[in-house]
Design a protein around this ligand. Structure first.
Ligand code: PA5
Length: 460
């Protein structure tokens, strides 16, 4: 890596924040070799696959080739998926191209053709009928590629949307629609696989040992990313370079491991049950939501791997800098001492804007004129960090050299490793999600799916 992503935890230390901070005893890295090796054993045995994704050059090449052949025929990419099957691709899109909404004008019609970012990525990750209606109204079925992504191949939300989108595509394209519906699913299990094979959709696989929230560098994230024109080679190079650091057993050389220890110690030794991720970049806003799922679903567990009841996990909260300084910081500074704050900062912004030297005669504008907007942004982050430190609230910081494919690849990979290491520290399985299964089964029961009648009865 050129300029490296940096993790700084000075403001979590008691020497900076007082009683709520960590002492040298709290940050005991003596188990670091065991933690890394325990996780490595799960990867080497094939149980967990995400660290190996960036090395799969065959899949990366196939996705690039496929995307290149399809891009000339499409204006938009419509993603059907939810949870880990949507948050990653959306985060990549927003990180590299910025946020862009799907909106109708007030008359309920599509907002016209003045759309600068093509192909748009339109994400159907909710079953709100208004969202689906607005999304389809704003798209041309003849110029749209659909990515239907579900690892299990059976998620109710995604399959309901597939039925609607398939009908919408077929009405205008007939059987040709099938070549424009790309399925991403498990190579062996699930009914999306069967549907895709029968209808001959282009098909990409999510390896069996990759769970939804760790799948951003599998075809789940890479197919939509390549279709909208992101440089997935740079993304994967970043993730590969991060791997080289993440396997180091000395926490001082491994930011993901060090960050895992800091989070774990703040939770277990200082009862910081909430982690606020304060992203100081609108480009990183969707990434904060991707991380929120990663942290919450991976570490929020009732039992540990010995079967003991432990109820682990920090509650992740996403905040946007500077916007949420004007909405949340009062609480973070003076509210309950149950939080740690993790800043995500950026060294170099994609664009900078000079503030005009006008209205010099006024105090509130005179000092701003001639300065760069980036210096205001950076000053506000630094000021918020200092104010929270002064208020005795432990805070740490991830600093990205810039938000581009390479650094996002490295950053996301480090956050996935951080999560896996934290799972080892808590002694829980960071890769399952038993807590969401009952809700899924009850929904199937309520919607009349065969085999789930008992769950419907449970509710009645
Ligand atoms: O992380 C997870 O495993 C979940 O959030 C899933 O991604 C989510 O439930 C969607 O599942 P699927 O991809 O099977 O449709």
């Amino acid at each position: 890596m050129a300029k490296r992503i940096d993790f700084n935890f000075d403001n979590t230390l008691a020497s900076r924040v007082g009683a709520e901070g960590l002492t040298a005893n709290d940050l005991d890295y003596s188990s670091s070799k065991d933690v890394v090796n325990a996780f490595r054993a799960r990867v080497d045995s094939g149980e967990i696959g995400f660290p190996n994704l960036p090395d799969d050059k065959r899949v990366i090449g196939a996705i690039n080739e496929f995307a290149q052949s399809m891009r000339k025929d499409i204006d938009d990419v419509l993603l059907v998926g939810i949870g880990g099957s949507a948050l990653g691709p959306y985060a990549l899109d927003v990180a590299i191209r910025g946020p862009h909404p799907v909106q109708l004008d007030v008359s309920g019609k599509a907002a016209g053709k003045k759309i600068v970012t093509r192909p748009r990525l339109v994400v159907l990750d909710n079953v709100d009928p208004g969202l689906i209606d607005a999304a389809l109204s704003s798209l041309n079925p003849k110029r749209t590629a659909v990515c239907v992504i579900t690892k299990s191949g059976s998620t109710a939300e995604s399959l309901a949307q597939l039925l609607i989108v398939r009908e919408w595509m077929t009405k205008s394209l007939g059987k040709k629609a099938r070549s424009r519906i790309i399925a991403v699913t498990d190579p062996q299990k699930g009914e999306l696989l069967k549907i895709a094979q029968e209808e001959k959709y282009p098909l990409f696989f999510v390896p069996a040992n990759i769970g939804g929230r760790f799948s951003v560098f599998s075809p789940v994230g890479l197919v939509p990313a390549a279709l909208i024109g992101l440089d997935i080679n740079a993304l994967m190079k970043g993730a590969r370079d991060a791997n080289a650091l993440c396997w180091k057993t000395n926490a001082n050389d491994n930011p993901a491991l060090q960050s895992a220890y800091v989070h774990y110690a703040l939770d277990t030794k200082r009862q910081k049950k909430i982690e606020v991720v304060f992203a100081y970049s609108s480009y990183l806003w969707a990434s904060a939501f991707w991380y929120r799922q990663l942290w919450a679903e991976s570490l929020g567990k009732k039992v540990n791997r010995k079967g003991e009841v432990v109820h682990t996990g920090q509650t992740p909260v996403a905040a946007l800098g500077v916007t949420d300084q004007h909405s949340q910081v009062q609480l973070y500074a003076e509210g309950p001492k149950d939080k740690m704050i993790t800043f995500w900062g950026v060294d170099k912004y994609r664009k900078d804007v000079k503030i005009p030297k006008d209205l010099k005669q006024y105090d509130s504008t005179g000092y701003l004129g001639g300065k760069m907007m980036s210096s205001l942004f950076t000053a506000e982050r630094r000021a918020t960090e200092a104010a929270l430190t002064e208020a005795g609230q432990p805070n740490c910081r991830w600093m990205l050299p810039q938000v581009d494919e390479y650094n996002i690849g490295a950053f996301f990979q480090m956050l996935e490793f951080q999560t896996a290491f934290c799972g080892e520290l808590y002694g829980i399985d960071a890769f399952d999600q038993p807590g969401v299964e009952l809700g899924k089964k009850l929904t199937y029961g309520l919607m009349g799916r065969k085999g789930y009648e008992d769950f419907a009865k449970m509710l009645k």
